[in-house]
Design a protein around this ligand. Structure first.
Ligand code: SF4
Length: 200
């Protein structure tokens, strides 16, 4: 049975989780100190919105054929009290082998390397779909809009599921305990970070 979000259950979004994966201090600055991110990031958000509006007509039949999908649900809002996540999934695809798969549109360029953040987000969508649809999810897809909608397939492993759930637990841990987390180990992320002036 689907458990609906009753608004009082504490939940985080996949976006909050990927910001945490990028640097755990983002969680602290945004959620514990309420310091919003730079306005510049709005650009990406707005671009993302436009992309959401266009994608539904642009890709419908093309993707269905290419990915072997028999049907799909568009813009699906799902929640899970088990893992404490709520989010809107661009598309839930029904595959011909009777499994489901999330499809996520990114306003980004395709690279051979799959960013950890993209992978975690897709994995969280997979967990949400499995719980709410009660069907297996073995793989997901990311569509890169800046590379002519090139598609990347992600095959999930048990390690992915554990990692994604662990990342959610970490976000809650920082928010609930209010402690100052370690900085990211990737120093190049600090160069153009909006928090660099207050981050010690
Ligand atoms: S300056 Fe570096 S450590 Fe601090 S929040 Fe930004 S990315 Fe994280």
């Amino acid at each position: 049975m689907t458990v609906f979000d009753n608004e009082s259950t504490p939940m985080v979004t996949p976006s909050e989780v990927i910001e945490h994966v990028y640097c755990p201090r983002f969680t602290y600055y945004m959620n514990c100190l309420n310091i919003p991110q730079h306005e510049g990031l709005r650009y990406k958000v707005l671009k993302g919105r436009t992309l959401h509006e266009k994608r539904e007509t642009a890709n419908r039949d093309y993707l269905r054929k290419k990915l072997g999908c028999t049907d799909k649900d568009i813009s699906v809002y799902l929640t899970s009290r088990n893992i404490g996540v709520r989010g809107m999934i661009d598309e839930v695809l029904y595959l011909s082998d009777n499994t489901l798969a999330p499809l996520d549109y990114k306003y980004a360029e395709y690279t051979d390397y799959t960013f950890e953040t993209h992978r975690v987000q897709s994995t969280l969508y997979a967990l949400l779909i499995m719980e709410n649809y009660q069907k297996p999810v073995h793989k997901g897809f990311i569509c890169y809009a800046k590379s002519e909608n090139r598609i990347k397939e992600i095959v999930y492993t048990e390690k992915d599921f554990c990692y994604a759930k662990g990342a959610v637990r970490e976000v809650f841990d920082v928010i609930l305990r209010g402690y100052y987390p370690e900085r990211t180990q990737w120093q190049n992320r600090c160069i153009d970070c909006c928090y660099r002036n207050i981050c010690v």
